[in-house]
Ligand binder design. Sequence first.
Ligand code: FAD
Length: 331
Amino acid sequence: MSFDLNLGLGMSNLGGGEDNNYDVVIIGGGPAGASAAIYTARADLRTLVIDKGLTAGALGITGKISNYPGVPGPVTGAELVEIMRAQAESFGAKFITDKVVGVDISGERKMVMAGTGAFYTKVIMLATGSMGRTSVVKGEEEFLGRGVSYCATCDGAFFRNQTVAVIGNNDEALEEALFLTKFAAKVHLVVPTPELKAREALAAEATTHPKIEVQLGTRLKEIVGNGQVAGVRVHPRGGDEQTLPVTGAFVYLQGGKPITDYLMAQLETEPNGCLVVDKEMQTTVPGVFAIGDLLCTHIKQAVIAAADGVIAAVAADKYIHGRKAVQTDWK
Ligand SMILES: Cc1cc2nc3c(=O)[nH]c(=O)nc-3n(C[C@H](O)[C@H](O)[C@H](O)COP(=O)(O)OP(=O)(O)OC[C@H]3O[C@@H](n4cnc5c(N)ncnc54)[C@H](O)[C@@H]3O)c2cc1C
């Protein structure tokens, strides 16, 4: 996947004003990112967590958790993440719902580009998990930037009074579909599963919105067009294929691959594409850390992701304050 960072900049806040400056920006608010935020906020570091949607992450979609230490359960994964986020917020961390589409890690002052604007920071933590897509549908790459998008916040304004399709079933897809109703005349919500897998309130809002038409149990087969997107070919379960005439296709499908597209190959990886980190979770660029399922060499469990976040948070504090030894006397 790739993103055109030029798209949507008209809507962005690129000024780098005081409100957009942080000590730590964490990309991804699952157990890795939320746990890191608990520790960085507790250490008085100005902390922002940018997350594209609770049910866009592995824990957020998990129905029952019973093995997270200290939380006997069963709780839903979403409930567990919300507990962690609330704990981080209680220490001063700020959470926003947005999708990160790019980063600039070339200088000491680093930049994180999200759909709503740019954020500046001393430390970046990558905690985007491994729900990335493993394949693309026919036409997706051909029409990328010509009707195909992965960021309604960035590109939605280009589709004023047009008909678009949003493909996905999670919080992210629904948030984006609702955002698109500000501009588009009509939004087809193409849901690959028989049911939505999003927060109840969000699902209720999206499914009752007069501009959104929901098609459950419907697979995206192809994006068609001629130079620009002209339609999406879809297959409803048990029905006949049809082509929905749309000028935009916003794709939010998921798979099992580490999500690193927004890094645009700025960080060193192993031959298998996995990010290289040291024992403090720091990547090959000082001040950039990677934690959780995003890292390949991992037992994929919430407690491991959370522990990664803590290790990185302590190291980030050391990095910011130029300390030689790790500070352990936080109360
Ligand atoms: C079906 C299933 C069942 C599981 N059951 C258990 C279990 O019982 N016990 C257990 O301990 N573990 C379980 N796991 C594993 C556990 O969920 C993961 O190990 C854990 O969630 C990893 O945490 P993470 O923070 O690294 O990633 P995630 O939980 O995937 O969180 C990543 C976050 O990053 C956000 N994000 C991604 N890209 C962007 C972007 N570009 N911009 C902004 N935000 C972004 C996502 O919205 C998401 O919230 C299960 C996983 C699955 C899939």
